[in-house]
Design a protein around this ligand. Structure first.
Ligand code: AMP
Length: 503
């Protein structure tokens, strides 16, 4: 089925319910939103002459228009291509070209960045909120174009921590299952519940739109269009029953806010997208109470590989509580998760290996990239590139991306384990551990540290908590770590910088 049907039905049944808000102000009801999506779909098919399956790019900061654009595109039977608004014009040009998008909707300002890089295949570049944009909303509405579960809905461009971004092909079935899995296992949604979009809607946060539309929730967009900690706390205070997806760095920044926060209003704070160190999870639990949940997913299996539930995070008196807190939880009911060796054979429980995923949420492949698809989906499993292990209770512990693993003197060292220890030092704000090529050891462990601490103090911490051979042989103190536009630390770039420093 076409997931645009969810909005269509809500528009019929509850036209007066608020659907989208900016800050504390509702700006669209379900009736208005459904009508705009249906008219936009009409315009896409008749005025812009798109066919079912054509790609429509969205390059926008978080904005109410995101919700109507996604639904209008799906309503028309087309495929949405949300792109990260923070990318350079040339990078956006690449995504437009690779996806073969015929139409691109862009926020004011981003349209001019894109224009010089627009490929020939792009027939229309339309500025969101312009007269031309609003005119599309006056076209005749059309019926929702029928789609089957296997039809494409969203080309989800990877954040590209290495190389060029690839478009994970997400189908209507994928998004349908991901939305149901979320509502069943992470955060049940009731009518009127709010979802705060502080993370990019082109990426992680965008996936939370659908389960909230299906259940008559309210999409709340911050006035600032992004993540301003003080504003987020104010919105927590303003909206009863509010949830938010946040990268661990965002949760950490919220913890530094001293403003009063009515935590009773918070339904669920979901973290994911990168490791949350146990010390930070504990601090968040102290501040926000039993309202935290974790998801582990990737664009190729959106939101949905494993989840650590609110209950698991909250039960401090459980003997395995702390061990579970350091995990990414258990597989969702709708997926199979395997930890395998290089030949895709499952390894023994407790042994690390690559995390493989199979199920209804796994992407159909990479758009126009048969080679990467074959490599990623070989033997019927999605190869995540993440290393992890199952503990005796069936909780998955993530180690690192396979390419970040350090092999020193023949021993495997997982950077995250060392990072967890270094972060125990009160003066360490951020840390990233990498391997540096070494003639004697193969690689040696090197820690890049942001903060105030001495190598001797950090050494002492390591000696107290982990095996000697895992201790960094060099500490490099820096002002900041290289990160991509989604705030993920770029270890590949850090390794390159490390090599350059030593030349
Ligand atoms: P992306 O496709 O950009 O969302 O990135 C997905 C990657 O982020 C995964 O393959 C993991 O390496 C990492 N990731 C996602 N969720 C978590 C999590 N809960 N804990 C640690 N790493 C995560």
């Amino acid at each position: 089925m076409n997931i645009a049907l969810w909005l269509h039905r809500c528009g019929l049944s509850h036209p007066q319910m608020p659907a989208v808000a900016v800050g504390t102000r509702a700006v669209l009801t379900y009736g208005d939103l459904a009508e705009r999506a249906a008219r936009l779909a009409g315009a896409l098919r008749t005025q812009l002459e798109l066919q079912a399956g054509d790609r429509v790019a969205i390059v926008a900061k978080n904005t109410p228009a995101y919700v109507e654009l996604l639904h209008g595109v799906w309503h028309a039977g087309c495929v949405a291509v949300p792109a990260n608004a923070k990318l350079h014009g040339a990078e956006l040009g690449y995504i437009l070209e690779q996806s073969g998008a015929r139409v691109c909707f862009a926020s004011p300002g981003l349209d001019t960045d894109i224009a010089p890089h627009a490929p020939d295949t792009l027939a229309h570049l339309i500025t969101i909120g312009s007269l031309a944009y609003e005119k599309l909303m006056t076209a005749d509405a059309i019926d929702v174009v029928p789609r089957s579960g296997g039809d494409l809905a969203w080309l989800f461009y990877t954040s590209g921590t290495t190389g060029r971004p690839k478009g994970a092909m997400l189908t209507h079935r994928n998004l349908n299952w991901a939305s149901h899995a979320y509502a069943a296992e992470v955060d049940p949604v009731s009518p009127g519940d709010a979802i705060l979009h502080a993370a990019p809607m082109s990426h992680g946060s965008g996936l939370y739109i659908m389960p909230h539309v299906a259940r008559l929730g309210v999409q709340v967009i911050p006035e600032s269009g992004g993540f301003e900690p003080a504003e987020i706390i104010a919105l927590f205070n303003a909206w009863p029953r509010i949830s938010m997806f946040a990268a661990p760095t965002m949760i950490k920044r919220l913890l530094t806010q001293s403003a009063d926060c009515n935590v009773e209003n918070i339904r669920t704070l979901i973290w994911g997208g990168a490791p949350m160190y146990v010390e930070d999870a504990l601090a968040a639990l102290d501040r926000f109470g039993p309202r935290l949940a974790q998801i582990y997913g990737q664009g190729e299996s959106p939101m949905t590989i494993t989840t650590l539930s609110k209950q698991d995070i909250a039960v401090r008196d459980h003997p395995r509580w702390r061990a579970r807190l350091g995990s990414a939880g258990k597989p969702y009911a709708c997926v199979e998760v395997s930890v395998a060796d290089r030949d895709d054979r499952p390894v023994a429980q407790g042994e690390p290996g690559e995390i493989l995923v199979r199920g209804e949420v796994v992407m159909a492949g990479y758009w126009r990239n048969a080679e990467a698809t074959a490599a990623s989906l070989r033997s019927g499993w999605l190869h995540t590139g993440d290393i992890g292990l199952f503990d005796e209770e069936g909780y998955l512990h993530l180690k690192d991306r396979s390419k970040d693993l350090i092999i020193s003197g023949g021993s495997n060292i997982y950077p995250r384990e060392v990072e967890e220890v270094l972060l125990k030092h009160a003066g360490v704000r951020e840390v990233s551990v990498i391997g540096r090529p070494d003639r004697d050891w193969g690689e040696i462990v090197v820690a890049y540290v942001v903060g105030d601490a001495s190598p001797a103090e950090l050494d002492a911490l390591c000696l107290a908590h982990i095996a000697r051979f895992k201790r960094p042989k060099d500490y490099v103190f820096v002002d900041a770590l290289p990160k991509n536009n989604y705030g993920k630390i770029l270890k590949t770039e850090l390794r390159e910088r490390d090599a350059a420093r030593r030349r």
